[in-house]
Design a protein around this ligand. Structure first.
Ligand code: NAD
Length: 281
């Protein structure tokens, strides 16, 4: 059986460090503050908001929610985001997405001040990530990297296959892995012979949003598998993009779902808020 790469233990270690960093900031008169902007009451959004607020409390980060009704106008959303961008007491802004279909996602993201863009959704953050400059990467992609680092997984010179090229996970994760000198292949829904491509990896990072896409045929012994997918089964249990029971006995290490990447994402969010507030976390 493979080792488990547990996000919870990485999150605990980071949370302790962040709480100390936040205490130092507060002693200097800064209260690191996150504003969460939610439109409507989607279950996913409410669950992530709850998890983020809980983690923020553990990290010494103040969190406030701006909740707009599901039928909020574009003007109301832009007004809320612009006000938070100009509010000196707020250091980080998290916009819960996807937005309802009647709202313009690109315009909403553009209304977030780049220095408060703790989830890396603005063009400025994307450009910084592309150029390898300072800025905030999307929290989930950054959490994948933090988890690999916490697990002591060598990346320099390693062959990494990322399955998925979304702007939220696959694409930014690939850029972050390049920064670590990994040899990165990005596979996606048009990739031919996916199982062969996956088997070439030392590290296989799966963010395809397809429950059980990766099975025994896609892996080989010794690989490290990071499963970003989260899917709710009809019985309420959670599973990932990887068939855990099939893959875990073959590979060297694997992230569980739940308790893998997702567990670390909110800690990375708080890290970004503390950095935006002037901390060195
Ligand atoms: P998405 O749907 O935006 O993108 C999926 C990507 O996977 C696309 O690039 C697509 O080309 C690729 N893909 C789809 N089917 C494929 C196939 N059969 N073969 C190869 N590639 C395929 O999804 P996303 O927003 O990137 O999210 C991916 C998964 O990660 C979802 O399950 C989501 O719930 C989960 N997620 C988890 C966290 C977390 O904190 N753990 C955060 C965000 C998303």
């Amino acid at each position: 059986m493979s080792d488990l790469l547990r996000g919870a233990s990485a999150a605990r270690a980071l949370t302790e460090r962040l709480a100390a960093e936040s205490a130092a900031l507060r002693a200097r008169g800064f209260m690191p503050t996150l504003a969460i902007v939610r439109v409507g009451e989607r279950d996913d959004d409410l669950a992530y908001e709850r998890a983020a607020r809980q983690r923020a409390a553990q990290c010494g980060v103040a969190a406030r929610t701006v909740a707009l009704p599901g039928d909020a106008t574009q003007e109301a959303l832009l007004h809320a985001l612009t006000a938070l961008s100009g509010d000196a007491r707020v250091h980080g802004i998290l916009l819960l997405r996807p937005l309802p279909a009647h709202l313009d996602d690109a315009a909403a993201c553009a209304a977030i001040a780049p220095e408060k863009d703790v989830d890396g959704v603005t063009r400025a953050s994307m450009a910084a990530l592309y150029a390898g400059e300072a800025g905030f990467a999307p929290c989930t992609a950054a959490a994948c990297l933090a988890l690999l680092r916490h697990g002591g997984v060598p990346l320099d010179g390693s062959r990494v296959v990322v399955v998925g090229r979304s702007g939220v996970v696959g694409r930014p994760a690939a850029l972050l892995l390049l920064r670590e000198n990994a040899t990165v292949t990005v596979a996606h829904s048009h990739t031919r012979a996916l199982s062969e491509v996956c088997r070439e990896a030392d590290v296989l990072l799966v963010a395809a949003g397809r429950a059980g896409l990766i099975g025994a045929a896609h892996v080989r012994p010794g690989q490290v598998v990071v499963d970003v997918g989260i899917h709710a089964a009809p019985d309420g249990s959670l599973c990932g993009d990887v068939k855990f029971d099939e893959v875990a006995p073959i590979v060297g290490a694997i992230t569980p779902v739940p308790g893998g990447v997702g567990a670390l994402t909110t800690a990375i969010l708080c890290q970004h808020v503390i950095q935006a507030a002037g901390g060195s976390a």
